[in-house]
Structure formats: C-alpha cells, structure tokens
Write a protein that binds this ligand. Structure first.
Ligand code: ATP
Ligand code: MG
Length: 430
C-alpha cells in the first residue's frame, strides 16, 4: 500500500504550486480510497493538484501516443508509480473500468488519480465498488487561495459558534469588483485584467463551440445558442430564474425550451453551471418555501465576461454588482465548506423571508448568511432579517444553529451585540 506523504520531493508537484483548500481532502482520500476522481471546470487547477500528489502521470489531452496505445490496450496506461495521475481520462472512457478493476482486485489505496473537466454522458461512472473511489470537486480559487483574503475569520470557527473579529481590509469596493471580474483561475492571477477578461470570453466561446458539442453530439448543437444562453445565465446570476425565463431572456430571439434544457444539462456536466439548491427546513408559520435553485456560473468572472462588464461598469450598476458579489461569496463558501463536507443552500419563503446562503454540515450544524456589499444601514437591515428568519425555525433546527452572518464586501469583521457576525469576504478563510 502506498501512503501519500505529501512530500514534494517525491511527488510531481509543479514548481510554484500554491496550496489549495482541497489539498487536505485529496491527501486524506488517497490514504482511504483505492482511487480518486478530481473533477471541475476547465482551468480550475485539476492537473496541477493531481501532479502535486502523483508519483507518475499520463496526460491524455496532450499525449497523442498515449491515446493511440490506450485505445488498443487501456491497461498499458495504468503502469507507473502510484498514485498515478491519468489526466483527461474521459478522452478514453474505457480507462474508467480498467482502473476500477485494478483497484477492486486488491486492497491498495491511493493507486490512481483521474482528472477531467466533463462528466461522461453514460452512467458507467456510477458502477463502482462502494468506498473504493472518492470524487473530489474542484472549483476556481477562493479569495483565500488567491491571496486576496487574510483568512482571519474561519468558516469552521463560525460553524463552531466562535465570535469573530477582523481588521478593516485594505481592499475597497472597486478592488472587490476587480477581483470578481478577474476570477479565481489559478493560471491568470498575475495577468492584467483586460487580458484575463479577453481570455474568459475565449473560454466561454470554447465551451459553447467545442465542449458542449462533444457532450451533446453534432446534430442538435448551435454554438451561438449556447453562447447566448450563457449571457442569459450571466444576467440571471444568483437568481431563481426558471428555464422559461432563461429561454425568453436569450437575445435577440428566445431559445426553444428543449434546447435550453439540453444546454443547461451539458453546462452542468462541464461544471460551468452550478446550482445552489433551496434548503429544506420546516418553519413555524408553515409558510410556503421556494424550492427553485439559484443559478451561478462556476466563477463570477465568467458572468462578467459574458456581459462585457468591467469593474467601472459594475461600480455604476450596483444591482448587478450585488448579484455578482453574491455569486463570488457562494463560490468561496463552497470551497471553504468542502473540507467540512458542508453544502451551500439558499432559503426564501413566500413572505419574502430569506437567507442568501445557508451552509449546512452533515452533523446538522448550519449557518445562515446574508450577502451585502456593505454600509451600516444595509448590514443592520440584513442582521434584523436574519434574526427574523431564525425566529421562524422549529426548535430542533434552532438548537443546531451555529451562527447568523452578514458577509460584506468591505468593512470590519465583528460580532454585533445581537450575536450576528459581520465578516468581510476578504477576511474569510477555511
Ligand atoms: N495550485 C496552483 N498554484 C499555482 N498555479 C496553479 C495552481 N493550479 C493551477 N495553476 C496554474 O493554472 C494553470 C491551469 O491549471 P491546470 O492545468 O491544473 O487546470 P485544469 O483544471 O487541469 O485545466 P484543464 O481542464 O484545462 O485541463 C496551470 O497551468 C498553472 O499555471
Ligand atoms: Mg488539466
């Protein structure tokens, strides 16, 4: 059995590798499961994180010989020191079963790391020995990982009910607008913003032209339709827009609802679209709870690029800035909650009581957050709204409550006299 040491001297860790929140989870999974699958949108860092832990690697996207050999004899691709990274494995889907057989045959752990940016169409990846494979979701970097958050306030600490305190961050609102336009793409952190935004427009059209077609098959696929749907998703970021709203919002002419459904499914499987489900909970008043998910692109920078929005334009359009900021915070909460196995929901009832984000752990602990750009009045209103919402909960859920939190773009971090925590996103860490 090979125990991952995480020792850079013996793995293929690329020079300049910045630590990821997911690293600890990958290390643990290699010690506990036969093999693991790293999945997430293009360019979020899967290959580098795979290499960080691998002792040998094969890349099916760039290595034509490997693909040729693998097409005849997939087992040949499996030979090498473990953990062995098989990158872009979905280019040769037969690899899946070979890896599975190799791992099911023995009791070895941490044998393979498969990385890929698309979930294959058929369901073969579901047929796997229970407990032998671990799926780990990767996302673009959170502000903590890109070095834009001090991490002074720990999400785990908030979920443990700890009070919080953070110095006033150096970043102002326009800086935060620039961070969300730049996004958490690890390969683009050092580029000037206009270059990043141009690359992201290219990214979106590549998704529309190539990636969706690969999943969808040629016949029904219109790249222009997918690109226009991406713009519609961007305009509806962090909202519960229905499929028909999205379809009718596609410019210049609406898309057919069947196309919308198929394209949304493809974008989900490419990890470009990620939904934030509604929290299921019972309220005292039995008020009707909304059940529709909110929609987000994988990173707020994609929404900004799709709409051609730069920081100056966002500063003059506070409502769009507010929704994109909400999307940024949800991305970060997802990344930071992942080591705790936490999931991110939203909640809204028919009477308009809401929480922009709920983070819930498997043991039942949860926190509710309102996401606001900042300003004392907005923070005060958000805190009161969270307290009103909490008063509506059944007592069993109230007992499990960890915290009510207002997450802001700017300002200090502190605990209010009413117990509500106020945390700037540039201070939030794991
Ligand atoms: N942890 C990291 N620290 C520093 N830079 C990173 C890190 N991870 C990725 N990068 C940078 O980002 C680039 C893209 O990362 P990577 O190739 O790992 O993404 P990917 O998810 O495998 O993308 P694709 O889906 O296109 O294969 C890398 O070439 C590297 O420059
Ligand atoms: Mg890769």
């Amino acid at each position: 059995m090979i125990e991952p040491t995480g020792d850079d001297a013996t793995t293929m860790a690329p020079a300049g590798y910045r630590p990821r929140v997911v690293d600890a989870e990958v290390g643990r999974a290699l010690g506990a499961a036969g093999w693991l699958v790293l999945e997430g949108p293009r360019a979020c860092g899967k290959t580098w994180t795979g290499l960080r832990f691998a002792r040998s690697a094969i890349r099916l996207d760039t290595d034509v010989d490997a693909r040729t050999i693998g097409a005849v004899e997939p087992a040949a691709l499996l030979e090498g020191a473990s953990p062995r990274l098989i990158d872009e494995w979905q280019m040769l889907p037969a690899v899946w079963n070979h890896v599975r057989h190799a791992c099911d045959a023995g009791s070895g752990r941490g044998l393979f790391i498969l990385a890929g940016s698309a979930q294959p169409a058929d369901d073969m990846t579901r047929h796997t020995g229970a407990g032998r494979v671990r799926r780990i979701r990767m996302r673009p970097m959170s502000l903590f990982e890109s070095g834009d958050s001090s991490g002074e306030v720990s999400l785990a600490g908030l979920l443990n009910g700890e009070p919080c305190r953070a110095a006033r961050p150096a970043a102002g609102l326009r800086d935060v607008a620039a961070m969300l336009c730049r996004g958490g793409w690890p390969g683009q952190l050092d580029l000037p913003l206009p270059e990043v935004q141009q690359n992201l427009r290219g990214y979106l059209s590549e998704v529309a032209r190539t990636d969706v077609r690969r999943l969808e098959g040629q016949a029904s696929h219109r790249p222009g339709g997918v690109e226009r749907l991406l713009a519609s998703l961007a305009r509806n970021t962090a909202t519960e827009a229905s499929n028909s709203t999205l379809a009718s919002d596609v410019e210049p002419e609406p898309l057919h609802r069947h196309s919308v459904r198929a394209y949304l499914e493809a974008l989900r499987r490419l990890f470009v679209l990620e939904e934030q489900p509604a929290w299921s909970v019972r309220l005292r008043s039995r008020a009707v709870l909304r059940t529709s998910p909110k929609r987000h692109l994988a990173d707020p920078s994609l929404a900004a690029a799709a709409l051609g929005a730069d920081p100056d334009r966002l500063m003059s359009d506070p409502s769009t800035l507010g929704l994109f900021f909400e999307s940024l915070v949800v991305r970060d909460l997802r990344v930071l909650a992942q080591p705790l196995d936490g999931r991110v929901f939203h909640l809204r009832d028919a009477a308009g009581r809401e929480a922009d984000a709920i983070v819930e752990c498997p043991d039942g602990r949860w926190l509710a957050a309102e996401i606001k750009l900042g300003g004392p009045d907005a923070v005060d209103a958000a805190a009161r709204s969270l307290l009103r919402f909490a008063a509506e909960l059944q007592s069993d859920r109230l007992d499990q409550r960890s915290a009510l939190v207002v997450i802001t773009a700017v300002g200090y971090g502190y605990t209010r006299p009413d117990g509500v925590r106020v945390v700037p996103i540039t201070a939030l860490g794991p």
